[in-house]
Design a protein around this ligand. Structure first.
Ligand code: SAM
Length: 337
């Protein structure tokens, strides 16, 4: 969740609140004249702040709904800004096609935006009645397709792996029972089935929170995208180039942390065994994770689960993409170790 906007009574967007913007700018330092890729444009909060500091920004987003904000920035900042629609998982190809290869820094603010969450017709929210869609890019399988066609076991695995939902088996069973009557088409239909199945604790999170997170991650292949995007950034940046990543839950953060850390240097384990391979260091220094300030969380509660990590590229050659060791849930289904 990188931005927060509220609708006024007239339905006009009032405020966009990029998350951990101050920390992101501090990490980058002076950006005047630098070429920066903003891989998750959203409402353009990061891009605008960078452009205001005289950076040259190439922004990427898979959601066609951001086009208007992108056009506004293009009008205001002319050739210092360009927008490319696509997935950051292939940002090196997109950057090359847009003449933006060889950036000085890359910023990623992962996940769903407040515009997506607050728009009932997108189907991301269990609080608003809408079609069970959840596609950020508008193409491919919808959440309804998954809920109505996956078998109980596959559904349960998704809820457990991507949502850390401990009641995944019961919820998957209830979904499969319910859809025998008629397909589950809307957000509130699904939210009601979940609430009827596992109940609701007073004062606790809505019981559908984890299921909705899991479905969104599955629909948008978010972990695959994150891994592909991190490796694309590794290929794009040269020595000293910084990658800053803001994530919104522990499963994503674990992937970023392990990606930056690379393989551990284990050295020689025993004199009877060959020396363990010591992997070259691609990222250094690897900074400690940063969290939003109390003041930011008070002003924008959606920032509360954010974590920022960053590191700079060394001169070592980029790795080939591998999901191994990154802790990506369900990556075994893709054949990764
Ligand atoms: C949290 S918002 C970014 C907000 C932005 N930093 C700002 O300040 O306005 C995340 C955005 O990333 C986009 N996004 C998510 N996954 C993506 C991917 N794999 N490729 C491109 N865009 C993606 C979403 O569509 C959404 O607009």
């Amino acid at each position: 969740m990188g931005t927060n906007h509220q609708n006024s009574t007239a339905g006009k967007l009032l405020a966009h609140r990029p998350v951990m913007l101050r920390e992101m700018l501090e990490v980058l330092g002076p950006v005047g004249g630098l070429r920066i890729i903003d891989g998750t444009f959203g409402a353009g909060g990061y891009s605008r702040a960078l452009l205001n500091r005289n950076a040259r920004v190439t922004a990427i987003d898979r959601d066609p709904g951001v086009q208007r904000s992108a056009e506004e920035l293009a009008q205001e900042f002319g050739s210092s800004f360009r927008f490319v629609r696509g997935r950051f998982g292939e940002m090196d190809k997109l950057a090359e096609a847009a003449g933006a290869a060889g950036p000085d820094a890359i910023v990623l603010d992962i996940g769903v935006s407040s515009m997506q969450l607050d728009d009932a017709t997108r189907g991301f929210s269990f609080m608003r009645e809408g079609p069970l869609d959840m596609r950020m890019g508008g193409a491919g399988k919808t959440a309804a397709d998954i809920v109505n066609t996956y078998d109980q076991r596959a559904l349960g695995e998704i809820l457990f792996a991507f949502g850390e939902e401990r009641k995944s088996t019961r919820i998957a069973g209830a979904v499969v029972e319910a859809r025998k009557e008629s397909p589950i088409r809307t957000t509130l239909e699904l939210a009601d089935i979940i609430e009827e199945t596992i109940g609701r604790k007073p004062g606790g999170n809505h019981p559908a929170t984890k299921t909705f997170q899991a479905l969104r991650i599955a629909v948008n292949a978010e972990f695959d995208e994150l891994v592909e995007g991190l490796f694309a950034a590794e290929r794009l940046l040269s020595e000293g180039g910084k990658l800053v990543v803001v994530t919104f839950h522990s499963l994503e953060d674990r992937i970023v942390k392990r990606f930056f850390a690379g393989a551990k240097k284990s050295g020689q384990q025993s004199r009877h065994l060959p020396p363990a391979e010591v992997e070259a260091v691609r990222w250094a220094p690897v900074a400690k994770a940063a969290k939003p300030s109390v003041a930011e969380i008070e002003a924008n509660p959606r920032a509360r689960s954010a974590t920022l990590r960053w590191a700079a590229r060394t001169g070592e050659e980029a790795r080939t993409v591998s999901f191994a060791g990154l802790g990506v849930p369900l990556s075994s289904l893709r054949g990764a170790a």
